[in-house]
Design a protein. Structure first.
Ligand code: WT7
Length: 641
C-alpha cells in the first residue's frame, strides 16, 4: 500500500519526547549511533568488553565465508560465570536476581545472586554425575519456575547445548525437537500451575523420549502423581546433595550455547543455533541500552515465557549478565483475577516492563478500570515485542500503564537475530506510536524493493539486514544448506527476515508484518497489519485479524474478524466505512465478522490459516497448534458455523 495510505493510517502523529530526567541520565545517548557507524567492529569490541573473558579474542569478526559468521574469534568465555559468579565476586551476592511469583497467591521465592550461584553449581555437578559433558544436547521442558533458569545456566556452564521446548507444546512437538537435537537428557517438572490448577508436564515427556535420552531429571513443583521409570531422577534427590562448588571452564566464543526451534509455516521446525560470545555481547548491550537498565535501582519484568527467545535473551542471559533484579511470574494474567500483573508490578515496584501487543490488546478489552486499581507509578520504561504494536494499543499502553509519560520501546527482532535489532532508545528517541524507528547502534538494516534496491523515504518494501551482527544465528542445527536457502538466498549478501516494512518521510522504520501476510486486492498490495490497525483505531474494536480470502472478482478480498470493545452490538457497516476512510476505499473489507476470541498460537500469533478457512467457507483445518482450542468452539458458535 502507498505512502498516502501510510500517512492516513498515522492519524496518530504525535511524537513523544523522552522525559528530561531519563534523557539526562540515559545509559546511551545519540552519540552512540555515530560512534558505531564510524567503526562498527570497534563498537562491538567495546561492548564485548562489558563481559569478563577468560581469553581475549584475536579478531572481532571473521566474515570470510558468508553467511557463516564467527565473532570474537579465538576468545574464550563462560556465560554462567558472567551471569552469576562475577556479580557475587564483585560483592553483589545479596542482590536479588529473581523475585519469583508462583501462580497460586502467596507462593513466591526470592533468589539472590549468591543463591543462584549455589543452585547453578549444584545443578552443573548433578548434570556431570548424569554423564552430561560439553557438546551434549539437553532438552528443557519446564514451567516458569526458577529451576528453568538454573537448568539453562548449568548447561551453559558445562558447555552442554540446551534446547528449551515451550511447556505448552504437545508430545509430537517435543519428540521432534528431542530427536532433531539428539538430546541426551531431558529436564522437566511433574507439572506447573496454569489458570488456577496444576497442569502436567511429565506424561508428555514420558511419551516423547527417544533412544538418545539417557535420563529425565524431574523437578517436583506441583506434587501430582507421576509415572516413574529407571531413567527418571528427581531433581531434589540428585541436585540437592551436590557440592556448591564448581569451577567453570572457559568455552570458545563460537561454542553452541542453545538451539531454539521456530515453527514457521511449512516444513519441519528449524533449530536456530546461537553461540556464545557474540550472543552474550549483544543481549547484554541491548538489555542495557534499550531498557536504560540501572542495576542498582531498577526492577525489571519481561512477561515472556522462557520457552521463547524473548525469555532466553531478556529473562535469563541479558538481565543476568547485567546483574539485574527481575520478576518471573509462573501463571496467566487473569489468575485469580484480571489485575494480577498490575498487582505484581505494585508488589515489587517494577520499573521496566516488557510485554507483547497481544497482551496489551487483551488488557484494553478488559477495560481501563482494572489497571487503574493499582499503583503503577514505579514504571519508567515500557517495552513491546512480538508483532507490530498498533498506534491505538501504543497510546493505551502509554496512557494506562505508563501514566501518560513513560517512553515505549517497540523492539523488532526474531528468534534468528537473537537480540533486539530495531528499537527506540528511551532516553534519545522521540517515539512515534507504531514505529520501531531506527536500527540500534552497531546494527545495519534497510528496506529494499524486489531488486534489492534501497527504497526512498516514504516507501515500503522488504526489511533486510545488510551487515552481520554479533547475536546472529549461526546456522540451522544440522542443516547449513537450509540456513543459506531460508535466509540468504533471495538477494546476494542480504539477510531477509521475512517482514515487510516502510520508511516514513523521516526515514524511520515501520514494521508491517510477515510478507506472507500481504494481500493482493485488485492488483494492490495491502498489508494485513495496516487494515488491523485501522480497525483497532475504531473505539468499538478491541482486537482485529485480517486475511485475504479468494475472490472471483478482486483476486483476494479482505475478510476481517473483530473482537468488540465495550457493550452492545457493533455496527459492521460503520467499521467498513471507517477502514475505507482511514486507508482508502481499496482497503475496505468485503466482510467483517464479529467474534469473541481469535485463534492464536501459544506465542500469541494469530493463526490466519484458520481464519482463511472460515472466510473461504472451508472445513476448518488443523487447530491443534492453538493455545486454547476451545476458542474455535466459541468462534463457530458466534458465526453459526
Ligand atoms: C517475528 C519474529 C522477537 C521475539 C519474539 C518473536 C515479528 C517481532 C516485532 C515488532 C513488528 C515484530 C516479526 C518477526 N515481530 N517483534 N516489534 N514489530 N513485528 O520471535 O517468534 O522469532 O518472531 O515476529 O514478524 O519476524 P519470533
Amino acid at each position: 500500500m502507498s505512502q498516502e495510505a501510510l500517512s492516513n493510517l498515522l492519524q496518530e502523529n504525535r511524537r513523544f519526547a523522552p522525559p528530561s530526567e531519563l534523557a539526562a541520565g540515559a545509559n546511551v545517548t545519540e552519540a552512540a549511533y555515530a560512534e558505531a557507524s564510524a567503526d562498527r567492529l570497534a563498537f562491538w569490541a567495546k561492548q564485548a568488553g562489558r563481559l569478563s573473558w577468560a581469553k581475549p579474542w584475536d579478531e572481532v569478526l571473521d566474515w570470510s565465508n558468508p553467511p557463516f559468521a564467527k565473532w570474537f574469534v579465538g576468545g574464550e568465555i563462560n556465560i554462567a560465570y558472567n551471569c552469576v559468579d562475577r556479580h557475587v565476586e564483585a560483592g553483589r551476592g545479596d542482590k536479588v536476581a529473581f523475585y519469583w511469583e508462583g501462580e497460586p497467591e502467596g507462593d513466591s521465592r526470592v533468589i539472590t545472586y549468591a543463591d543462584l550461584q549455589r543452585e547453578v553449581n549444584k545443578a552443573a555437578n548433578a548434570l556431570t554425575e548424569l554423564g552430561v559433558v560439553k557438546g551434549d544436547r539437553v532438552a528443557i521442558y519446564m514451567p516458569m519456575i526458577p529451576e528453568t533458569a538454573v537448568a539453562m545456566l548449568a548447561c551453559a556452564r558445562l558447555g552442554a547445548t540446551h534446547s528449551v521446548v515451550f511447556g505448552g507444546f504437545s508430545v509430537d512437538a517435543l519428540k521432534t525437537r528431542i530427536e532433531d537435537a539428539q538430546a541426551k537428557l531431558v529436564i522437566t517438572a511433574d507439572g506447573g500451575y496454569r489458570r488456577g490448577a496444576p497442569s502436567a508436564l511429565k506424561p508428555t515427556v514420558d511419551q516423547a523420549v527417544t533412544d538418545t535420552v539417557e535420563n529425565v531429571l524431574v523437578v517436583r513443583r506441583t506434587g501430582q502423581d507421576v509415572d516413574w521409570t529407571d531413567r527418571d531422577v528427581w531433581w531434589h534427590e540428585l541436585v540437592d546433595r551436590q557440592s556448591e562448588e564448581h569451577v567453570p571452564e572457559a568455552h570458545d566464543a563460537e561454542h553452541p550455547l542453545f538451539i531454539l526451534y521456530t515453527s514457521g509455516t511449512t516444513g519441519k521446525p528449524k533449530g536456530i543455533l546461537h553461540t556464545t560470545g557474540g550472543y552474550l555481547t549483544q543481549v547484554s548491550y541491548t538489555h542495557d541500552a534499550v531498557f536504560d537498565h540501572k542495576p542498582d535501582t531498577d526492577v525489571y519484568w519481561c512477561t515472556a515465557d522462557v520457552g521463547w527467545v524473548t525469555g532466553h535473551s531478556y529473562i535469563v542471559y541479558g538481565p543476568l549478565s547485567n546483574g539485574a533484579t527481575s520478576v518471573i511470574y509462573e501463571g496467566t494474567p487473569d489468575t485469580p483475577h484480571k489485575g494480577r500483573w498490575w498487582e505484581i508490578i505494585q508488589k515489587y515496584g517494577v520499573t521496566i516492563f516488557y510485554t507483547a501487543p497481544t497482551a496489551i490488546r487483551t488488557f484494553m478489552k478488559w477495560g481501563d478500570a482494572i489497571p487503574a486499581q493499582f499503583s503503577l507509578s514505579s514504571i519508567r520504561v515500557l517495552g513491546s515485542v512480538g508483532e507490530p504494536i498498533n498506534p491505538e494499543a501504543y497510546v493505551w499502553y502509554r496512557q494506562n500503564i505508563g501514566a501518560g509519560k513513560t517512553p515505549i520501546v517497540d523492539t523488532w527482532w526474531q528468534t534468528e537475530t537473537g537480540a533486539i535489532m530495531i528499537s527506540p532508545l528511551p532516553g534519545v528517541t522521540h517515539g512515534k506510536p507504531g514505529a520501531a524507528m531506527r536500527p540500534l547502534p552497531g546494527i545495519s538494516a534497510d528496506v529494499v524493493d524486489e531488486n534489492a534496491q534501497s527504497v526512498p523515504d516514504g516507501s515500503g518494501g522488504f526489511l533486510v539486514l545488510n551487515e552481520p551482527w554479533p547475536s546472529m544465528l549461526r546456522t540451522i542445527w544440522g542443516d547449513d544448506e537450509r540456513f543459506v536457502k531460508t535466509y540468504w538466498s533471495r538477494w546476494d549478501g542480504l539477510y531477509f527476515a521475512g517482514d515487510g516494512a516502510k520508511k516514513d518521510e523521516d526515514g524511520d522504520l515501520w514494521l508491517l508484518g510477515r510478507v506472507d501476510d500481504v494481500m493482493l486486492v485488485s492488483g494492490h498490495n495491502i498489508s494485513t497489519t495496516e487494515v488491523e490497525s485501522a480497525l483497532v483505531s475504531h473505539p468499538r474494536v478491541a482486537e482485529a485479524a485480517v486475511v485475504g480470502a479468494t475472490d472471483a472478482v478482486t483476486g483476494q478480498a479482505i475478510a476481517a474478524f473483530v473482537i468488540p470493545r465495550g457493550e452492545g452490538d457493533v455496527d459492521v457497516e460503520e467499521l467498513r466505512a471507517h477502514v475505507a476512510k482511514t486507508l482508502g476505499p481499496i482497503a475496505k473489507p468485503r466482510q467483517i465478522l464479529v467474534v469473541p476470541e481469535l485463534p492464536k498460537t501459544r506465542s500469541g500469533k494469530i493463526v490466519r490459516r484458520i481464519l482463511q478457512d472460515i472466510a473461504e467457507g472451508r472445513e476448518i483445518g488443523d487447530a491443534t497448534t492453538l493455545a486454547d482450542t476451545s476458542v474455535m468452539e466459541a468462534i463457530k458458535k458466534a458465526l453459526n458455523l
